[in-house]
Design a binder for this molecule. Sequence first.
Ligand SMILES: NC(=O)c1ccc[n+]([C@@H]2O[C@H](COP(=O)([O-])OP(=O)(O)OC[C@H]3O[C@@H](n4cnc5c(N)ncnc54)[C@H](O)[C@@H]3O)[C@@H](O)[C@H]2O)c1
Length: 383
Amino acid sequence: MAQELQLTYGMVGGGRGSMIGDPHRRAVMLDGQAKIVAGAFSNDGEKTADMADILGIDISRCYANYKYMAKAEAERPDGIDFVVVVTPNNTHYEICKTFLEAGINVVCDKPLALNYADCADLARIAKEKGLLFMVTYTYMGYGTAKYAREIIAKGEIGDVRMVMVEYPQGWLAFEGQTGGKQGAWRTNPEGSGGFNCLGDIGTHAANAVTTFTGLKIKRLLAKMEIKVPGRQLDDNDSVLMELENGASAMLWSSQIAVGYDNDLRIRVFGTKGTIEWFQREPEQIRVIDANSTVHEHHRGHPALAGDSARYNRLPAGHPEGWLAAMGNLYHSYCECVIAKKNGTFTEDMIDYPDVNKGAEGLAFVEACIKSNKAGNVWVDLDY
Ligand SMILES: NC(=O)c1ccc[n+]([C@@H]2O[C@H](COP(=O)([O-])OP(=O)(O)OC[C@H]3O[C@@H](n4cnc5c(N)ncnc54)[C@H](O)[C@@H]3O)[C@@H](O)[C@H]2O)c1
């Protein structure tokens, strides 16, 4: 899969001690399509310089803040091809908007913004400017997840009737457990925008439902709970959903599930069969046919062919993981950016979650908040 290095990128956020910036940088490197050359890694200039030094970035492209960075990079003849935004949620909208308006392609981590209107605005600007915008719903980068999407679309399990999805974590299960730097802003209404668990991992689960099935969420009923005393925002969410084809779905996202770590699991039940995919066992996918026979497909074997096979980096049985899933998203994104530069880009090349998928996530969150506030009632999604 390796390609000659063709692109350059910059990053906002991802300074020393942060969580997701470093995995993004490693994932981009997997296929050698892009090199980091610029950054505003922190609000603190010294910390940005420190990270630039670690990454070997020229000091002239190490910026005191993202506004300077967008302006300066847009003006350079060799300016970055895209920016990666890995800051807390409450900053995404302004940062992404600034880079889009400067004419720079954007990758942003989820949740895309704090509300649907801001996401729609970003989608509009990206469209008007003809820019590519990826939202890193990492789990949908797994080859097996892509394969699940493919075979559901082909009708292998018939019409989707029911989806069960869960994303339990246990890192905030106890009173006094604050989750360090990462937990501080996630559990603070100002930092995370009035929702915690639902935005952080519920959006991953909702995105898994809509990506696997290809169906939008039509309406939902949510119960957003605070289980740990002293917390201000939700740490345990249960959501009943109806999809656009009338199928039902149940979603549970939780940070108080003792002993669980990023256990995203989804089961899709159709009129002819069932698909099960568990992110902790991403090398395989189980398809159950109408005779209740269980077929276990392993990544890397010919049975798991189709479009997803092009992302294989290792032979079957040598596990690829979360970093490779993120790398797969970047692989498609970089291919598209390169094609845009070459004038060969077509929309059907996009095989990553785009800005519209990011916006769907906030439509889901907003509907959940509305439902919860109104006493757990059914609410239509407002796309
Ligand atoms: N895709 C995934 O699976 C996944 C996993 C973890 C986090 N995330 C998302 O990634 C984002 C970052 O999360 P994290 O856990 O890495 O947070 P973090 O608190 O560990 O790191 C945030 C970084 O952003 C920097 N920062 C804050 N404001 C800034 C600004 N205005 N300009 C420049 N830098 C700034 C901070 O100094 C820090 O380096 C969040 O939106 C989160 O939801 C996604």
